[in-house]
Design a protein around this ligand. Structure first.
Ligand SMILES: NC(=O)c1ccc[n+]([C@@H]2O[C@H](COP(=O)([O-])OP(=O)(O)OC[C@H]3O[C@@H](n4cnc5c(N)ncnc54)[C@H](OP(=O)(O)O)[C@@H]3O)[C@@H](O)[C@H]2O)c1
Length: 388
């Protein structure tokens, strides 16, 4: 008799749990539809505010940002043939770092190196800079790049995931891996690169993973069931593609930051470069591009835009700050603003539940097991669907 009542109690408990799950799913469904309009509006206000006042807010910073000697650093900078990445690579090399330009146009990178070496001759020792091929539109290319780097058995101190696209006004495109192009270049490929390079980052620890993010993530929304924006629930625009990919990157980075044990001393950060005049606007209509040129006062040049990433890569207090966030169980990873000060990512980026879903979904999409981080840190080999 006692057994019967305890088992009916268990049934009740099970029912209760089922109800809870249903409720949770219901809530998630409601939340997943879109970004709340107040958050969305707040995001745009913040964006306009940054555009109008970024120069004043960052007026305490020198340009170029003075860097400490970086002779003992090995750094990978993706997308360093133009814009912000080009500035980051050049300045790190001039500070003495060993820099790898991870690019798809290797010819352009070699030409740049030649130019920089000529300009630098007579000022200091030749720059320690090299080129490796990386096409973020191919996850095979990412895995091959990581394999080649890890095979050197050397330390990696700084990985700068800079390369990115914002194909303004263009129709939706997909990579050969069948992922929406913004999501792949801005989030999935850098995520795969960061994880596959963990063994080298561990050798170089204290080391840093720095993601060039954007305040546009404030107006982004990630639907984990529709990362490619193909379901029709949301209308695809390049703005949706770009802002979702940048938000996905913040969410993924926040979970990575949490999953890396403090002893690993690998810091994970996102930075906003500000609103910067680069080739990122290459797809804008000519008239808008002309307007862009007419407002140089408000818009940073590439050198100004490189400061937050360079600060994140070299400031000695950055690892300590990241550890502090970890110890405080802060829900998001470190996010530095264009003025090199810590700032808070969007409200949606603080959604821990969605962040973990983004983490799981991303690992699935990039062909890694869910315990890839833990296994790589223990020195185990991890099979990736790509690159073999
Ligand atoms: N400019 C801004 O206002 C702004 C604001 C916020 C955030 N950001 C972020 O800052 C980062 C740098 O952007 P930027 O403004 O310097 O733009 P950019 O001048 O267009 O530079 C982007 C770089 O990414 C590379 N790239 C693009 N697709 C690639 C691929 N499939 N594989 C490898 N490399 C690829 C490009 O290579 P190619 O030269 O071969 O095309 C280029 O070197 C991006 O992540 C961007 O989202 C920029």
């Amino acid at each position: 008799m006692a057994r019967t009542s305890s088992s009916s109690g268990e049934v009740e408990e099970e029912k209760g749990k089922e109800e809870e799950k249903k409720q949770l799913k219901q809530n998630q469904k409601q939340k997943k539809e879109a970004l709340g309009w107040i958050e969305w509006l707040r995001g745009w206000v913040y964006l306009i505010y940054e555009m109008l006042f970024q120069r004043i807010i960052a007026s305490h910073l020198q340009n170029p940002l003075p860097l400490p000697p970086a002779n003992d650093l090995s750094c990978i900078v993706t997308g360093s043939t133009s814009g912000i990445g080009r500035e980051i690579a050049r300045q790190l090399a001039e500070a003495g770092a060993h820099v790898v330009m991870a690019v798809r146009n290797t010819k352009a990178a070699h030409e740049l190196i030649q130019k920089w070496q000529t300009e630098w001759s007579g000022i200091g020792l030749p720059l320690n800079i090299e080129v490796m091929e990386l096409d973020l539109l191919s996850l095979d290319s990412v895995a091959r790049f990581a394999e080649a780097w890890n095979a050197r058995m050397g330390p990696l101190h700084v990985l700068i995931n800079n390369a990115g696209i914002f194909s303004i006004g263009e129709p939706q495109k997909f990579s050969k891996d069948k992922y929406e192009a913004h999501m792949q270049v801005n989030h999935l490929a850098p995520a795969l690169l960061s994880i596959l390079l963990l063994p080298s980052l561990l050798k170089g620890s204290p080391s840093r993973i720095i993601n060039l993010n954007s305040i546009m993530h404030y107006v982004g929304f990630v639907d984990v069931e529709d990362m490619n924006v193909v379901s029709g629930k949301r209308k695809y625009t390049s703005l949706v593609g770009y802002s979702s990919s940048k938000l996905a990157q913040v969410m993924f980075s926040s979970v990575l930051h949490k999953r890396l044990p403090a002893e690993a001393t690998i810091s994970v950060l996102c930075v906003s470069p500000g609103i910067v005049q680069t080739n990122v606007a290459r797809d804008l209509p000519k008239i808008v591009q002309a307007a862009y040129h007419l407002i140089p006062y408000f818009i940073f040049n590439a050198q100004e835009g490189s400061r937050s990433a360079l600060f994140a890569a070299t400031d000695p207090q950055v690892p300590e700050y990241c550890e502090l966030l970890k110890a405080d169980e802060w829900p998001v990873c470190a996010f530095l603003s264009h003025d090199c000060r810590p700032t808070n990512p969007s409200e949606e980026a603080h959604n821990i539940e969605t962040s973990y879903q983004v983490w799981e979904k991303t690992l699935e999409m990039i062909g890694l097991p869910s315990d890839a981080v833990e296994r790589l840190l223990q020195g185990e080999e991890v099979k990736c669907r790509y690159g073999a």
